[in-house]
Design a protein around this ligand. Structure first.
Ligand code: ADP
Ligand code: MG
Length: 354
């Protein structure tokens, strides 16, 4: 008997986990952890998350206090950027230089990190929210003290992420590194399965493996990195399925959502096969069009949310057997998308053409 998987959070990640469970009739139940209702959890349910923060509501406490609530330690470590950075330092995982901002001379603390820094709220930031840029000479905000970390601005050549999973027996599997383009802190597109130096893949797997082992982690975890002079520097961790892994829905025979469920339900964990090439294009505050489905390899995922400016309301995976066919599909789709999004396809094609 497979356990029921209860997901704290009922956004698109929970929805996609539910879709991934369907072929096995593996029941996935997303719930709102901020509600004040009795959830009727069963003793053999397994609890996972799609968000990291929620209140001590009736539902929220039931989830947290369930004996099968997974990954409490990792959530505790990652939920606060100060603890997350300290974890990376403790495990010798390279990350950008940082300090925790305390009351006192903020200028001196900021300058001790670098001339140009990014100040990040310790808790609650996402999609680039809760971040400020500061450079020597700027006036710091008094409220940063006690609430934020400051880290050096990294002159990266590009950004990549690693998505991997670990099961209760400690077995670990990984996808190839994904290349990501963020604009104003929001992911616009990812490209999978580019040629990357073997050392980058190896380092990334070593580090994420070390982190998951340290936290006795069960499920999918994502690690975002900067690439600087060909070497990786870890930006941040996400203890859950991740937007930069969405291409795996059609780009691998085992999606990150299925992989997460396999780990949680203790089903066999095998290295997900990735043969072709894929691009994931985020729909930020814009609708999709039926004619897109004429383009070979195009898969639309619509979240059913109200469209608001900049809001993630869906994504499109473009998956083909090889890079040349993928570029053909990207050019065909580029002609059909809104003008403001044509640049996403230029970027993606540039990455594929190296
Ligand atoms: P979020 O939780 O919102 O994803 P991140 O820390 O990943 O926050 O920051 C969002 C994006 O901002 C990153 O993907 C990167 O493009 C940029 N960024 C964040 N930190 C740095 C840094 N230290 N140097 C340069 N760019 C950064
Ligand atoms: Mg990020």
């Amino acid at each position: 008997m497979l356990p029921r998987i209860v997901v704290a959070g009922n956004g698109q990640l929970g929805q996609m986990l539910q879709q991934a469970g369907a072929p096995l009739q593996l029941e996935v139940m997303p719930v709102d952890p901020n509600a004040d209702i009795e959830l009727g959890l069963r003793p053999d349910d397994v609890i996972t998350v799609e968000i990291e923060h929620w209140s001590d509501s009736v539902s929220g406490l039931q989830l947290k206090q369930h004996p099968n609530f997974r990954n409490a330690a990792a959530l505790h470590a990652v939920i606060d950027r100060q603890r997350q950075k300290a974890l990376l330092d403790r495990l010798d995982v390279p990350t950008s230089p940082w300090v925790s901002l305390e009351s006192g001379d903020l200028n001196a603390q900021l300058e001790s990190v670098a001339d140009k820094v990014i100040v990040k709220r310790r808790r609650g930031g996402y999609d680039g929210r809760g971040q400020w840029r500061w450079q020597k000479g700027d006036q710091p905000e008094a409220e940063w003290a006690g609430e934020c970390i400051a880290e050096a601005m990294i002159p990266f050549s590009h950004e990549v992420s690693l998505v991997g999973a670990r099961n209760a027996a400690g077995e670990k599997v990984f996808y190839p590194l994904t290349r990501n383009w963020h604009e104003n802190g929001i992911l616009r597109a990812s490209v999978s399965n580019l040629q990357v130096p073997a050392q980058q893949q190896k380092d990334a797997e070593d580090w994420l493996g070390r982190i998951m082992d340290d936290e006795d982690y069960i499920g999918v975890m994502a690690m975002e990195c900067f690439v600087v002079d060909g070497k990786l520097l870890v930006n941040e961790l996400a203890p859950r399925v991740h937007n930069s892994g969405h291409w795996t829905q059609e780009g691998s025979a085992i999606s990150q959502f299925q992989l997460h469920l396999r780990a949680l339900a203790d089903l066999p964990l095998i290295t997900p096969p990735v043969d072709g090439a894929s691009v994931m294009y985020n729909l930020l505050g814009r609708n999709w069009k039926p004619e897109w489905l004429q383009v070979p390899g195009v898969h639309v995922h619509w979240y059913g949310k109200e469209i608001r400016p900049g809001r993630k309301v869906g994504h499109v995976n473009i998956c083909r057997a090889d890079q040349a066919s993928l570029i053909e599909s990207l050019k065909a789709l580029q002609a059909l998308v809104d003008d403001e999004d044509k640049i996403v396809f230029e970027w993606s094609i540039d990455q594929l053409q190296g």
